[in-house]
Design a protein around this ligand. Structure first.
Ligand code: PLP
Length: 416
């Protein structure tokens, strides 16, 4: 029997919990997306997304799709069939992007890496230095591999590209990092950044979001891959006036407006710090409390948005996840593909705090005990509690507009 009372604890690494404010903002009557009012909304979200990607120079795009559609847009708008691309594979999502690139007819040079590590900088540099004829047209990199809880060093990747003096485009998957782990489009000179709505942006799945550099837009003019629905050119023909080439997902755009407002109110740097602090508490629970390993093989790979917890031999991760779901109403992420059954994942991104995560840690611990994992009851919760109590919480959240208003009232700076 499945527990159906109380709240479901959603701790998959996307979709994430939707803040009530964002949920309410999406409850809107349909309206004419060709009205003179609509551009206020669309232009504002397209413009403000640039701040989230940390770019002044790139163009942002919003497609009604999931992140996978945005992957396809990135590839087909910048490359021609047969073009060589270089990609490292170290988890299910880096694998799926490679698989898509192959199915779309690109010649993918794959660097296989142990799952639990990230983009291999030295190997990449070697390959790039060896490519004296510059046959490699693009490099694909998954910033945060959600399947293994590994974050790669994109600044380092740009550095080795520069050191090898290689002109390839840099295409980066920021699906599970944007708005939760620092992402610097302009500083890292990323050419196409790909993301989706259901992770750090705290919305339902349904928007594929991209930022595209001037260099990538230039590449579009010679990229001969077939594209239609995902053609940037159609977007560029209507977005500047605030419209879309087809019916936009209106409630999602209102939700996006609200989530961007929330992100600006908290502050991007504060959000990154909060994610790091919450992730460290989860890691303390896993390693110090339970004595288990993370799939990420070295602290330099630790992801601040998702932790993949390795289970002892003989324990089926799918069983832990099923017990957590049925008995405790807790959704944990599954092990995918090569690591299926070997691990479970705790998503710690988006709108969450210590006590919400305590629910996930306690529930995962109970489910592990139920299926025979020898962890000490309460050990994960104790380790996370020790970490969070003995470390400075991130500076207090910047006050929201309402809070500022009430504060101004209470201090008497506003009369009435
Ligand atoms: N890339 C990464 C890193 C992801 O985590 C995901 C989904 O979880 C995707 C791409 C695919 O995105 P979507 O499921 O929104 O199509």
């Amino acid at each position: 029997m499945r527990t159906t009372y109380g709240r479901n604890f959603l701790f998959v690494p996307g979709p994430t919990n939707i803040p009530d404010r964002v949920q309410r903002a999406m409850v809107v009557a349909m309206e004419d997306h060709r009205s003179s009012k609509f551009p206020d909304l669309s232009k504002s979200v397209l413009e403000d997304l640039k701040k989230i990607f940390k770019t002044d120079s790139a163009q942002t795009f919003i497609f009604p799709s999931s992140g996978t559609g945005a992957w396809e847009a990135a590839l087909t708008n910048t490359l021609s069939p047969g073009d060589r691309v270089l990609a490292s594979r170290f988890g299910q999502f880096s694998h799926l992007w490679i698989d898509m690139a192959q199915r779309l007819g690109f010649d993918v040079e794959i660097m296989d890496v142990e799952w639990g590590e990230g983009v291999p900088l030295e190997r990449t540099e070697e390959v790039l230095r060896g490519d004296t004829g510059h046959r490699i047209k693009a490099i694909l990199a998954c910033h945060n591999e959600t399947a293994t809880g590994v974050t790669s060093d994109i600044a380092g990747l740009r550095r080795v590209m520069d050191e090898a003096n290689h002109p390839a485009l840099l295409l980066v998957d920021a699906v599970s990092s944007l708005a939760s782990i620092d992402f610097c489009m302009d500083r890292w000179r990323v050419d196409v950044a790909v993301s989706g709505s259901q992770k750090g942006l705290m919305l339902p799945a349904g928007l594929g979001i991209l930022a595209v550099s001037p260099k990538a837009l230039e590449a579009m003019s010679t990229a001969s891959s077939k594209r239609c629905y995902f053609d940037f050119a159609d977007m560029l023909a209507s977005n500047p006036s605030g419209y879309f080439p087809y019916t936009p997902a209106l409630p999602m755009l209102y939700g996006l407006r609200e989530s961007i407002d929330m992100i600006f109110e908290e502050g991007l740097e504060h959000i990154f710090e909060r994610h790091r602090y919450l992730a460290e508490g989860v890691r303390a629970a896993v390693t110090e409390g339970w004595g288990l390993d993370l799939c990420a093989r070295h602290p330099k790979w630790y992801s601040d948005t998702v932790s993949a917890v390795m289970l002892p031999a003989g324990i089926d991760g799918a069983h832990v996840i099923d017990v957590a779901f049925r008995r405790y109403n807790l959704a944990l992420g599954a092990g995918l593909s090569k690591v299926a059954g070997k691990l479970f994942r705790i998503g710690h991104l988006g709108d969450l705090n210590e006590l919400m995560l305590m629910g996930a840690i306690a529930g995962a611990e109970m489910a592990m005990l139920d299926v025979g994992v020898e962890v000490t009851p309460g050990s994960g919760v104790a380790a996370a509690s020790n970490f969070w109590r003995s470390n400075d919480p991130v500076p207090k959240r910047r006050a929201s507009k309402e809070e500022q208003f009430y504060e101004a009232h209470s201090t008497g700076s506003i009369q009435g």
